[in-house]
Design a protein. Structure first.
Lengths: 351, 906
């Protein structure tokens, strides 16, 4: 056997030796659990709580919303405000009677039928205000199901922020959004082109958290908070924003999200820790053994934005609008931008 | 016993002593028998002899008042016969080697000896008879001690595990790791058989006259020994031994197993035994009867081995070329062993070859090894050196994935030993071990660990009935993990150091008793746990965590008692006293609530060397064996064992960066009660060996983990751990064919292992406080090992392993939280991984088989995991690219792995 053949065989063995395969896991029939998903902050962001029932593992069906629940946020003085049901299990806090203030302690009380639930009280921390956002344009790569390496255009979003403010450990979590605009062209002489605005969460399935427990220094630079894979470069024809919400958490909330990362985003290697049931901070007042999932978060919020224009994302090429509207896939959209997914004509305040 | 006279001629009495008698006579062309008959008739002297001994010659002699002894000398001149005067009344004529000048009365003390004396015809023909001891020695009970050594007559090496069987007494012993054995026998004649695999059996008559030493030389077989996968012990040691659950392995057994990438491996070999299992590829250590890997006491030349694996479990730390003897105890533990509740793996190295230089080695695709044994001063000083190195990096360079290309995985280890003889009765040996392992994944993370052992041992025969073994050992392990990149780049380190002194006395002063007594002192001194910035760009805050120190001392006595020819027992008692010492800060928590850093109400500091807490425990050990007949026996045993050190690890398999924690205020010693019952039966003159063993184990203070524990850099580790109860039980079946062209064994175990974590006082429970399967619970384990020898040079081997899938914690629901889909996990270990099975094969071509050929080599072609089974190491749950949640099976080996290894020895 020639040395070339031997080496080829060895390469094949290395490539196939370590394997990850889909596995048909069947846990059997299980009951559904109440899920509490909510957050209040001191910012202008609308505070919402979502109540749903969990789904059976891997069914990927929509979870059943819990309706007609009574939810109120209560402060340390016993003052409270009821949430208003919007539908689909979503309940909104208007802030008319109870303002959310920094340094105040809040908990949630929920009544569903004759069951009562409550969250563990949390104090709203002073938000750490991020300094700035930066981004980096480049190319990422991944291996597809055929084993081929494919590359794609990518933008990484970074935050720069003080930490360990006033000597206090910082526990931070980031949620990033993007928004962009698209303005119609004058498709006919009487047309009045309008501008549409689109917005969506970015990297919503990923969790970005940080603890300054073991870190010295007072500044955190270039912390990755989102990755945007460019699938449709029409989003960058006009102005594009990255908006980063930096939530300052209590230590317990950070610990919860840290555990979520372990069980929701395992690395899939031999170093993974064994998963475990994750209980949140909401419990049945009359039955502590009932499993209640989710977390009600009391966090300080600061928002930072950065606009992007075409020149900012070189070397990624953006299709010229003229070409797009005349011969590309967006001929109809150029005449009616509301055809774009998530579009609205309502201009964001910051635009 | 020697069988003597067949007929007696008794004549009329005589008046004077034989030694002063004078003879007169003239014999012409007379044969010796006729002359003796004539003398008998005339002088009334009874002669005792075997007719066939007398030479068939004629003699012409004249005697005139010649002294009787001179007459006999002249008659027997030229023959191999001699004579002895017995009780001044009769004459015994026999070959010179049989005759002593005077026969001791002790010859005839026991009836059975007299009976055997008469039944000499049952002895093999032409058997050699040797005299041992001095005839002028006496003994109060008529018994004398033989201190023997079994040697390889050609290699001048000691032979370990040879059986010395005294046939007339139905008594057997084995040569120990120094080739030595002790027999206490009545004075007189005995038929002794010495057997050892790979050597020609030896039968010899022993005429024991007094306490003595005895060097037995065995000749190797003319060609390489038959490829048999049997233990290195005697044919029926499984029947006769009073220790249940003990297995001995010889290097020959280990080298013939189909192994990973052609590398002989000790741990892979013991995994084929019933009751011994592992998590699978990628996992270090091994599990015995459902116990954790830290419950095995692993020693090499008496020094502790903290991590028995290299390269994530693919190789063991033991170089097969330097191993002399391996003993695994998994049922009964004699009292001289303690500190771990599941098993003892005792590995002894070579290093007492005082005559010739031997070189062994192997060259493989990913690893190579070499070992050299040589005398420095002949018959006095011996040196052993061995080394191995693994070099996978060159293969990683061919990977297309840049991260894999820039990764590294490898290890090396070194063994050395120097032995010095001081006369016949004293030997001092110094051995060392050093190893280094490293793994890096691109520039993202990596880890490394180092182990060092040093062992100084002094063996001394104080007197024939008392042998002393004093050992001083040092062992350490140090681990490092690192993450180079980012502002939080770090280096995390920990380690453990052990100092041990042990004195063991082997006492055979009293017949039917073999006593081991002694003491042992173990000091556990951990390295501080440290966290440091990886480089100047890192802002990681340095941290130093002081770990607990412990001192474990033990006194023990163990007596192996031969109650009768059928009934034997081993009774032992071990007393251990353990203390934890400062420096330490002990937290005090609020009562009746789960302990956490938030409910510390006080912290008590302890200074360096100050005692923090102590524990003591009595460990009774008992094992009883009843030999039903020559081919079957029943054994039963009970052990209590305390364990004072635990491995802290919460990954699927133990990682190199896991660390050792001694018992302290919160982690009380693990206590285990072990019960075993077994029936052992051999067939066709020990050609087939079978056994059925049942066991039950009860444990207290089993260390388990809360959900999501933070085990590293934690000043209050007690808030992350739980102490629970454990139980394990099972039945093990073992069938072995030891000889023939086709041979091998089958082992099956039904084994369960459960844990209960229910600390009601602190409201700390897992799985509602109910019993649940431990992570090593695998109800069915099957191992089939087979060899087919086409001829002396060609051997085919296979190894098939099957095990029930290990327990798994899996999700039973999904839910969304702030855009993230999260699985909700069920009770711990509620589900199971897919079953594990694997088939390995190998083909070996040997050369240089003749005993006279010095250079021997072989090629081994092997395929690991021939069926290319993708056995699950773990199953994890995460989102795919479409954000749908799914389960994925991680397999360490996804294909078959062929290899070629060239092994040599000269």
């Amino acid at each position: 056997m020639s040395s070339r053949v031997i080496i080829y065989c060895l390469i094949v063995f290395i490539a196939t030796a370590n394997c990850v395969d889909p596995y048909d896991f069947k846990p059997g029939e299980t009951g559904a659990y109440l899920v509490v998903d909510g957050r209040i902050t001191q910012s202008d962001e609308i505070n919402r709580v979502k109540l749903v029932m969990s789904t059976t593992y891997a069914t990927n069906t929509n979870s059943r919303p819990v309706e007609n629940a009574q939810i109120k946020v209560v402060n340390s003085n016993g003052e409270f405000e009821l949430f208003i049901e919007e539908g689909d299990g979503i309940y909104m806090h208007c802030g008319n009677t109870l303002q959310v203030k920094i340094g105040e302690t809040y908990h949630l009380e929920i009544e569903i039928g004759d069951k009562k639930y409550q969250s563990i009280p949390q104090t709203l921390p002073e938000p750490v205000n991020a300094d700035s956002i930066t981004f980096k344009v480049g190319y990422g790569s991944e291996i597809n199901e055929y084993g081929n390496t494919i590359s794609y255009e990518n933008i990484d979003v970074f935050i720069n922020t003080p930490i360990n403010v006033d000597g206090e450990n910082s526990y931070l979590r980031w949620k990033t959004e993007e928004s962009w605009s698209f303005t119609e062209i004058k498709c006919h002489p009487l047309a009045n082109p309008k501008t549409c605005f689109m917005a969506r969460d970015l990297s919503s399935e990923d969790i970005y958290i940080f603890s300054s427990n073991d870190i010295s220094g007072t500044y955190l630079s270039n912390k990755l908070v989102a990755k945007k894979r460019i699938l449709n470069n029409v989003e960058f024809i006009e102005k594009h924003y990255f908006i980063v919400n930096q939530y300052t958490l209590q230590k317990e909330a950070y610990a919860y999200w840290n555990k979520v990362i372990q069980i929701a985003n395992p690395s899939g290697d031999i170093f993974d820790l064994p998963p475990a049931p994750l209980s949140g901070n909401v419990f049945n007042v009359n039955d502590r053994n009932e499993i209640v999932l989710g977390f009600f978060e009391v966090a300080g919020n600061s928002t930072t934005r950065i606009p992007l224009y075409q020149p900012d994302i070189q070397p990624i090429n953006i299709t010229a609008k003229d070409y797009l509207c005349r011969w590309g896939d967006y001929v109809d959209v150029c005449c009616n931008c509301l055809l774009l997914e998530l579009s609205t004509t309502e201009r964001p305040d910051y635009w | 016993m020697m069988i003597m006279i067949l007929f007696v001629i008794r004549l009329s009495s005589f008046a004077q002593g034989i030694d002063t008698l004078t003879i007169s006579g003239n014999y012409q062309n007379a044969n010796i028998e006729d002359i003796l008959l004539d003398i008998e008739h005339i002088y009334h002297i009874p002669f005792y002899y075997k007719k066939k001994w007398l030479p068939q010659i004629t003699i012409s002699r004249s005697f005139t008042r010649s002294e009787f002894p001179i007459v006999l000398k002249q008659l027997l001149e030229g023959s191999n016969l001699s004579f002895a005067i017995y009780n001044n009344q009769s004459i015994i004529i026999a070959p010179e080697s049989l005759i002593t000048r005077e026969f001791s009365q002790e010859y005839f003390i026991k009836k059975d000896l007299q009976q055997d004396f008469i039944n000499q015809d049952n002895w093999p023909a032409n058997i050699e008879i040797i005299n041992l001891g001095k005839a002028d020695q006496t003994s109060s009970d008529g018994e004398f001690v033989i201190n023997g050594v079994v040697n390889d007559a050609l290699e001048k090496d000691l032979v370990v595990g040879a059986t010395i069987f005294v046939k007339d007494l139905d008594l057997a012993v084995s040569s120990d790791s120094n080739g030595k054995f002790i027999l206490k026998l009545p004075g007189g004649l005995h038929l002794v058989e010495i057997n050892m695999l790979g050597f020609e059996p030896k039968r010899i008559g022993v005429n024991l006259m007094g306490a003595c030493s005895w060097n037995v030389d065995l000749l190797p077989e003319a060609t390489e020994l038959d490829e048999v996968l049997v233990s290195g012990t005697a044919d029926d040691s499984n029947i006769k031994s009073n220790i249940i659950g003990m297995t001995k392995l010889s290097p020959v057994n280990i080298k013939e197993m189909p192994v990973f990438l052609g590398e002989p491996d000790l741990i892979k070999s013991i995994l084929t035994l019933p009751g011994v299992s592992s998590i699978g590829e990628g996992a270090g250590g091994f599990n015995v009867r459902g116990g954790n890997i830290d419950q095995n006491l692993i020693m090499q030349d008496d020094a502790l081995i903290f991590n028995s694996s290299h390269a994530m479990g693919f190789f063991s730390v033991f170089n097969p070329d330097v191993i002399k003897d391996v003993t695994l105890y998994k049922g009964h533990l004699p009292a001289q062993y303690g500190g771990r509740v599941s098993s003892v793996l005792d590995v002894q190295l070579k290093g007492n070859n005082y005559h010739d230089t031997n070189v062994n080695g192997g060259i493989g695709l990913l690893a190579s090894r070499i070992a050299v044994e040589t005398p420095i001063v002949k018959d006095k000083t011996s040196l052993l050196l061995g080394g191995r190195v693994a070099y996978s990096d060159w293969m990683l360079n061919f990977a297309s994935n840049p991260n894999v290309k820039n990764s590294a995985l490898g290890f090396y280890d070194l063994n050395g030993k120097i032995s010095q003889r001081f006369g016949e009765n004293s030997t001092i040996a110094l051995s060392f071990y050093n190893s280094h392992d490293k793994f890096t994944y691109s520039d993202e993370f990596g880890f490394s660990w180092d182990m060092n052992n040093l062992s100084l041992r002094w063996d001394q025969v104080i007197k024939p009935e008392i042998i002393s073994g004093l050992s001083l050992t040092y062992s350490d392990i140090s681990n490092t993990s690192f993450q180079p990149s980012g502002i939080d780049g770090f280096v995390l380190g920990n380690g453990m150091n052990n100092y041990k002194i042990k004195e063991d006395l082997l006492i055979t002063q009293w017949s039917h008793h073999t006593i081991n007594a002694g003491f042992e002192l173990n000091a556990y001194l951990p390295d501080d746990e440290t966290l440091k910035p990886y480089n100047e760009k890192s802002t990681t805050i340095p941290y130093t965590g002081i770990k607990d120190r412990g001192l474990e001392s033990a006194l023990y006595i163990n007596d192996g008692i031969e109650l009768s020819s059928r009934l034997s027992m081993s009774l032992g008692l071990r007393y251990a006293y353990y203390s934890q010492y400062g420096p330490s800060n002990v937290n005090i928590y609020e009562n009746n609530i789960p302990i956490s850093p938030d409910n510390i109400i006080a912290t008590v500091p302890y200074s360096d060397g100050e005692k923090v807490v102590s524990y003591q425990g009595w460990d009774p050990r008992a094992s009883l064996a009843y030999t039903i007949n020559a081919s079957s026996s029943i054994k039963v045993s009970y052990n209590r064992i305390h364990q004072y050190i635990h491995l802290i690890s919460n990954s699927t398999a133990a990682l190199p960066i896991d660390y050792w924690q001694v018992s302290n205020t919160f982690f009380q010693p693990l206590r285990s009660d072990n019960y075993s019952l077994g029936y052992f039966k051999n067939y066709q003159l020990n050609k087939w060996e079978t056994s059925v063993e049942a066991y039950y184990r009860d444990m207290e203070n089993v260390v388990e983990y809360k959900d999501f524990p933070e085990l590293f850099l934690n000043d209050h580790l007690e808030t992350e751990l739980l102490a629970g109860m454990g139980k394990a039980y099972g039945v093990e079946v073992f069938i072995k064919k030891k000889t023939g062209k086709f041979n091998g064994w089958l082992s099956y175990a039904y084994a369960r292992s459960f844990v209960q974590l229910n600390d009601e006082s602190r409201n700390e429970v897992i799985n509602q406080g109910e019993w649940f399967p431990s992570k090593f619970d695998q109800p069915h384990n099957l191992s089939i090992v087979g060899n087919y020898n086409f001829d002396k040079s060609n051997q085919f081997s296979l190894n098939f392993t099957y095990a029930t899938g290990r327990p798994l914690t899996g999700p039973d629901a999904n839910y969304g939280l702030d855009g993230v889909i999260i699985p909700n996990f069920s009770d711990r270990n509620k589900f199971r991984l897919p079953d594990y099975y694997r088939l390995d094969v190998s083909y070996t071509i040997k050369r240089g088989l003749l005993r006279t050929v010095k250079y021997k080599d072989n090629f081994t072609f092997s395929v690991y995991n021939l069926l290319a089974r993708r056995n699950a190491y773990s199953i994890y749950f995460k989102r795919d690219k479409s954000n749908n949640f799914g389960a994925y099976k991680l397999s360490i080996l996804g294909t078959f792995l062929p290899s070629v290894t060239y092994n040599f020895m000269f």
